[in-house]
Design a protein around this ligand. Structure first.
Ligand code: SF4
Ligand code: SF4
Ligand code: FES
Length: 250
């Protein structure tokens, strides 16, 4: 069963742009990315959109649909009524390159700021066994497809461009948590989480968790535990006393 759907798609570049209305054929079983492709094929051959797998696994088709951060390839047309106008816009938190394509390099810069996994010297491959509990705890975080929808929705950077310098965002705070929870990681990541990556700015609104297409419990399982680890490090009276004694003796 087919019908003509109403769409408003943001067209433009880093200089100017606006919403353009289109009527596009919609067929049973299609997702929003199918409609964008049909639009390219029939009416707007120069429409820019980034995508790759069309299976919710590459994380490249992130955009905003009716104002909500979503994957274009995982948003079924059947979730909308036939008379609804569907608005498709680029991720708001990152600079537009063209149409639905944004420059997400902010995220790669944040990724590079996090030191890699650091096992202690002298541990040869095979010398160490992790408990299954430790494996499972971080397994959830490794489902991340780096779509950056959580980075897009987080109000700390979405509404305050100036904060970008001081806040890694949920995806990368989650990466710090993952490494900090690893029993073999020798780096103390809590100082940097507090000072360089801005964990204190997260006020656990859970918006990041709500948009994650992999259903990772970013706030409950990564951000709150990281906050607790940082609090233990800085505000636990015994740790505080230990740090003070260590500082005096050096
Ligand atoms: S829970 Fe924290 S990181 Fe997630 S959206 Fe809210 S403020 Fe941002
Ligand atoms: S945590 Fe979820 S929303 Fe954030 S980048 Fe990874 S998959 Fe996307
Ligand atoms: S095209 Fe790969 S996640 Fe949508």
């Amino acid at each position: 069963m087919s019908y003509q759907g109403s769409f408003r798609v943001w067209r433009g570049d880093d200089q100017s742009g606006g919403l353009v209305d289109y009527r596009v054929e919609v067929n049973e079983g299609e997702v929003v990315l199918d409609i964008i492709h049909r639009l390219q094929a029939t009416q707007a051959p120069d429409l820019a959109v980034r995508w790759n797998c069309k299976a919710g696994k590459c994380g490249s088709c992130s955009a905003e649909i009716n104002g909500k951060p979503r994957l274009l390839c995982m948003t079924r047309m059947s979730t909308f009524t036939e008379d609804e106008t569907i608005t498709v816009t680029p991720l708001r938190t990152f600079p537009v390159e063209k149409d639905l394509v944004t420059d997400v390099s902010f995220n790669y810069e944040k990724s590079r700021e996090i030191p890699a996994f650091a096992p202690p010297e002298g541990v040869a491959p095979g010398d160490y066994r992790m408990s299954q509990w430790d494996v499972e705890r971080s397994q959830e975080f490794r489902k991340c497809i780096e779509c950056f929808l959580c980075q897009d929705v987080c109000h700390v950077v979405r509404d305050h461009e100036d904060n970008k310098q001081h806040f890694a965002g949920p995806r990368f705070l989650m990466r710090i948590t993952e490494l900090d929870m690893h029993p073999l990681d020798a780096a103390d990541r809590r100082e940097a989480a507090r000072t360089e990556h801005g964990i204190g700015w997260c006020n656990i609104t859970k918006c990041c968790t709500e948009v994650c297409p992999e259903h990772i419990k970013i706030t409950d399982n990564a951000l709150i535990p990281l906050k607790e680890r940082v609090a233990d490090r800085y505000y636990d009276p015994i740790v505080w006393l230990g740090n003070k004694i260590r500082r005096r003796s050096t």
